[in-house]
Ligand binder design. Structure first.
Ligand SMILES: [Zn+2]
Length: 264
């Protein structure tokens, strides 16, 4: 397999406790794996703070700050005010991840929806892109995205090609990760084939969503190569071409200057 360079992982969780043992060692090694940029997605306020702390230490890592639907029920009353402060940090490039999860339903749907709407309104007010989590909640997610019309990305996109069309019409990006390598991945593969080259971004969702053939291992940003290869095969492109387009798109999405990245 050809080594890939200039990999931009648009979505990872390096504040996750599964990295507690070797986080610094792992992050320090990522540039040698061809990774030039990572955005750490938050799950709640402490996670956002941890992501920002990492972004202050690693020049190739930026942070998103937001509250995941799983954590919606436990969000403090002043969550939006706390988020507003965190989003002002110079290393924070997006509000996320936010959205709806009707697969696990860890928070009641009404609570998820209310916090999602508050965060969408905040993103519009601050003119900052959003990172959207949508699991088995396509209809409500699309309805709210159409109402608020934020800029941003639908991460780990799991909808149909028809829904992808709707997301593209809204001017948003589509994030694809390890799921495109899974054996039963019909929908992500269809989406990988149809997304225009200027709207596709790559992600890991590390430590989750480890691509084939590494299933069972903890995922990290270096594993994107398998995802890029799968997408490239579907699109009839070279993996490095997919990586290069996705990096340019990720920079546009998050407002990061591509010329500032160190691509080795
Ligand atoms: Zn995530």
């Amino acid at each position: 397999m050809e080594p890939l360079t200039g990999i931009f992982d648009t979505h990872a969780h390096y504040d996750d406790q599964r990295f507690d043992e070797d986080r610094d060692e792992l992050l320090a090694a990522l540039p040698r794996e061809g990774v030039c940029a990572v955005v750490n997605a938050a799950s709640d306020l402490p996670s956002a703070r941890a992501g920002i702390a990492l972004a202050e230490r690693y020049p190739f890592l930026w942070a998103a700050a937001g509250i995941h639907p799983h954590e919606a029920e436990d969000a403090p009353a002043d969550a939006i005010e706390q988020l507003r402060t965190l989003l002002a940090h110079p290393r924070v490039v997006a509000l996320g991840e936010i959205g709806l999860d009707y697969h696990y339903d860890f928070s009641p749907r009404g609570v998820q929806q209310a916090l999602f709407e508050q965060q969408l309104a905040l993103a519009k007010e601050l003119n900052i892109p959003v990172v959207i989590h949508d699991r088995e909640a396509h209809e409500d997610t699309l309805r709210l995205l159409k109402r608020y019309r934020p800029q941003g990305v639908v991460h780990c996109f799991s909808g149909s090609a028809e829904m992808a069309e709707e997301i593209l019409k809204l001017g948003m990006y589509i994030g694809l990760g390890g799921a495109v390598t899974f054996k039963n991945a019909r929908k992500p593969v269809e989406v990988a084939a149809m997304v225009p080259a200027d709207r596709l971004v790559l992600e890991t969702d590390a430590p989750y969503m480890t691509p084939v053939p590494l299933r069972g291992q903890r995922c990290h940003s270096g594993h994107i190569r398998y995802t890029a290869e799968a997408i490239a095969a579907v699109r009839g492109e070279a993996p490095q071409t997919v990586v290069d387009h996705a990096r340019a798109n990720a920079c546009a999405l998050y407002g990061i200057s591509e010329s500032a990245l160190r691509i080795e």
